[in-house]
Design a binder for this molecule. Structure first.
Ligand code: ATP
Length: 440
């Protein structure tokens, strides 16, 4: 059983080891923005690659796209975002804090300054960032940074049908940035103003949406398992009709037990034909599917698994965090699955100042890299320190090249020590068998 970390422990480890930094750090930050450091980028890339494999490339009915972040503003009018993508906001007349009305427990007391009776009436605040396209500054040039990636897929529905003639059901998938001018960004990367989404819009015959909903529900749980999010920390919440988004007829929120409470990690929504019908009505372009066999035209219905990248990374770090003792010293360790860990293996020469050890370790390191293994070379400090460093960033295996590798004991020539992060077990492995041992 792993230790449940506090947010402070995760935020501090993320910064110290180069996973996630506050955005614009040297200028005192910019609220709701974060910068991913070298290890964060590697982790994020591996998570996105695994998602792409499980949701797109392992299937025959999925088509990837990468749509522009800036879209014709009519698309956001059609989708209902211009009119309705808002949260209720209250302002304190004393300290001027702007707060999410539904996050304020006692409407009589400002949670920011503690004064009574200073909170005004709630009003709707649209969370889309608007911007100007081109040099003109009149209203016709205004558009928005997309608040979700979904829109880019609906406007490409017809393009993909015309290019590929897919059979229903089929889906489009996209990974990319989304922007929301959150009233109160908080809880580290959980609620940011700029983040990434991994989304699928899966088009089905209107009468067959339920089976597709169940299928994607299963895939999302399989993905949670694959990235190491612990089963007991993830919960399905059947969202009540009055709490669902305007377009949805069924939604399951995947909730996670964060240190600040049980909150949404991902969403799975049945969006009916809301989007295709709305874009058809607004654009004047027919967005239907012609079933050649049944000779019928239908507006497909949509199942949407929507996963935030940053919330996934946060849940992964929280689930993977552990503390134990190594040689009498406490250490923190990330028990990341090898498939998403920034590095799969670290390679060490036993001693830094013995050229023959270093040369052999470099040779092993290169062999692993050529085999496509994510390896890091480390010769800094003693072996115990190097183990601790790798444990803390989640590297599942370490390989040490010592004098026996060079043949000091002839029977051990060309063997190395392979050490397991989670068990601490060390075994002697032939260099020729290393790739297989690491991938097994
Ligand atoms: P919440 O209710 O927490 O604001 P939401 O229901 O508005 O979230 P969706 O519109 O369903 O979120 O967005 C899909 C996914 O995008 C979410 O499940 C989450 O993983 C991610 N996401 C949404 N807003 C943010 C944000 N401000 N920061 C980071 N990730 C986000």
């Amino acid at each position: 059983m792993s230790k449940k970390p506090s947010m402070e422990e995760i935020v501090s480890l993320a910064k110290r080891r180069g996973f996630i930094y506050p955005g614009s750090d040297i200028y005192g930050g910019l609220s709701g923005t974060y910068d991913f450091g070298p290890l964060g980028v590697a982790l994020k890339q591996n998570v996105k690659n695994l998602w792409w494999r499980m949701f797109v490339s392992d299937r025959e009915d999925m088509y990837g796209i990468d749509a522009a972040i800036l879209m014709n503003p009519k698309a956001w009018e059609a989708s209902g975002h211009v009119a309705g993508f808002s949260d209720p906001m209250v302002e304190c007349t004393n300290c001027k804090a702007r707060l999410r009305a539904d996050h304020v427990e006692d409407k009589n007391v400002c949670p920011s300054c503690g004064k009574k009776g200073t909170l005004g009436e709630a009003r709707q605040f649209n969370m889309m960032f608007s911007t100007q396209v081109g040099a003109s500054e009149d209203a016709s040039a205004r558009t928005y940074l997309r608040p979700e990636t979904a829109g880019g897929m609906f406007v490409n529905f017809k393009n993909v049908i015309d290019s590929f003639h897919p059979k229903l059901p089929f889906g489009l998938a996209q990974v990319g940035k989304a922007f929301r001018n959150e009233i109160a960004p908080r809880d580290f990367v959980f609620r940011a103003r700029e983040f990434e989404q991994m989304e699928v819009e899966y088009f089905v015959h209107p009468e067959r949406w339920e089976a597709a909903f169940e299928e994607w529900h299963g895939i999302m749980h399989a993905f949670a398992k694959a990235v190491g999010i612990r089963k007991e920390e993830i919960h399905d919440l059947e969202v009540a009709p009055e709490d669902r988004a305007h377009y949805s007829k069924r939604t399951i929120d995947f909730e996670f037990d964060y240190p600040f409470g049980r909150k949404e990690l991902w969403g799975l929504a049945y969006r009916t034909d809301f989007d295709l019908s709305a874009h058809e009505a607004t654009s004047g372009v027919e967005l239907k599917y012609l079933d050649e066999e049944a000779k019928e035209k239908v507006t497909p219905h949509v199942i949407e698994p929507s996963l935030g990248v940053e919330r996934t990374i946060l849940a992964i770090l929280l689930s993977a965090y552990d503390e134990d003792e190594l040689g009498g010293e406490a250490r923190s360790v990330l028990r990341l699955p090898a498939v998403i860990a920034p590095y799969e293996v670290a390679v060490f020469p036993l001693l830094k100042n013995k050229p023959e050890l270093v040369a052999k370790a470099r040779e092993v390191f290169r062999t692993l890299k050529v085999a496509g293994i994510r390896a890091i070379f480390d010769d800094n400090g003693n072996i115990g320190k190097r183990y601790r460093r790798q444990d803390e960033i989640g590297t599942p295996a370490c390989v040490t090249i010592d004098f026996d590798t060079l043949g000091e004991k002839p029977e051990l020539l060309d063997t190395v020590t392979l050490r397991n992060r989670d068990t601490g077990d060390q075994q002697r492995v032939n260099i020729a068998d290393l790739v297989t041992a690491l991938r097994s």
